[in-house]
Design a protein around this ligand. Sequence first.
Ligand SMILES: Cc1cc2nc3c(=O)[nH]c(=O)nc-3n(C[C@H](O)[C@H](O)[C@H](O)COP(=O)(O)OP(=O)(O)OC[C@H]3O[C@@H](n4cnc5c(N)ncnc54)[C@H](O)[C@@H]3O)c2cc1C
Length: 381
Amino acid sequence: MGASTAFHLARKGLDVILVERRHLASGATGHSGAIVRQHYETRIGIRLARESLRFFQRFEAETGHPCDFRQTGFLSGARPRDARAFDALLALLHSEGVRVERLSPREAMDEEPQLVSSNLAAVVHDPDAGYADPIATAVGFGDAARDHGATILENSTVKGFATRRGRVTGVRLRSARTIASDRVVLAGGNWTPRLARTVGIRLPIRFVRGEVAILRRPSGFGAPPKIHFDFYGNTYSRPEGDKDTLVGYMDTPVRRTSTEPELRDDSVPTSTVHDLRRRLAARFPAMARAQSRGGWAGLYDVTPDAYPILDAVGPEGLYVAVGFSGHGFKLAPAVGRLLAEFVSAGQRPEALAPLRASRFREHALIQPEAPFPARRGSRLP
Ligand SMILES: Cc1cc2nc3c(=O)[nH]c(=O)nc-3n(C[C@H](O)[C@H](O)[C@H](O)COP(=O)(O)OP(=O)(O)OC[C@H]3O[C@@H](n4cnc5c(N)ncnc54)[C@H](O)[C@@H]3O)c2cc1C
């Protein structure tokens, strides 16, 4: 988010400094599944995702740097009890101009020969979805920001903010240096709530552990599979390069909440890798023979409605971008553009109004317009 925003601001001709405590993509972004789908249950989610997908498709032309976006297509099945909710979701996607098609289970197997679809009522196919390399994306945005004149300070930790008469006047670094600026975007991922507290802002964020495993597909599997969401097995999967598959849990148990913004150990236990393989094999039986290649864990910054907070908060001139709730990677191009518009014009773009910070106390949480499955809001990768 920081690198995308820096790029969009620098491209507008603003003088930008991006401060990063370690190196770009060392936070959640570097741990991301980096799936880029348009399958959202709200208009705001669909619009941010659709704009961002178009940007990923032409990332190199826009930035001059690669992000390794691979268009794989996306398939997700509906259980018979979710069939009506599924049709409502498809209608919402179509009304927003998203090119998704409804497949019968038989047609889905033609698209994906290794897929077991017999217990599905219908399957959605989004041929435009794909995934990118999350590290290349963040570094690409950073390099492009630099090409437009921005400065990137890595290995530099922000300690707090300088303020005067209710206005932000700069960013204080741990090194005792203060960078003077009358506009500051706080996009520190899981560390944002702590930094926001230094200027008296409380953000309703909790941290939830997400885990993924990497499995080597057995020989004879055939062409790499598409991105797949399985609501029976609660898994999402996508190809990882030409030989491997990345698989993770879609809905993450809330008991996996952490009070710390950083994991002490980002490895995943072997039992988790085996559990993910077993779940994936229920949908792709050949994967029962997949070799384990380990995995990793990361933390999601989750808000009460699973949508981010993109707003001006606290002292004048301070903006936050936080709470991406496990699905922010794909939204970064649109979020960066909208934040850059907000910061440079000083007026909130209309599109960001639903993501204002005050919505939680106003009881105006984002509600799924076509909830799918019917009982649950969106907190998917
Ligand atoms: C396992 C996992 C799988 C995911 N899969 C997907 C997916 O498939 N698709 C999708 O769209 N999203 C996915 N996500 C979510 C997505 O990765 C995040 O929403 C997104 O990367 C958040 O980006 P960010 O810039 O807000 O945060 P971060 O990437 O965490 O960036 C914040 C940066 O701020 C820096 N920072 C923190 N404190 C300071 C400080 N004091 N001073 C200076 N710098 C500081 C950090 O080092 C970090 O680099 C996944 C997340 C995880 C963990």
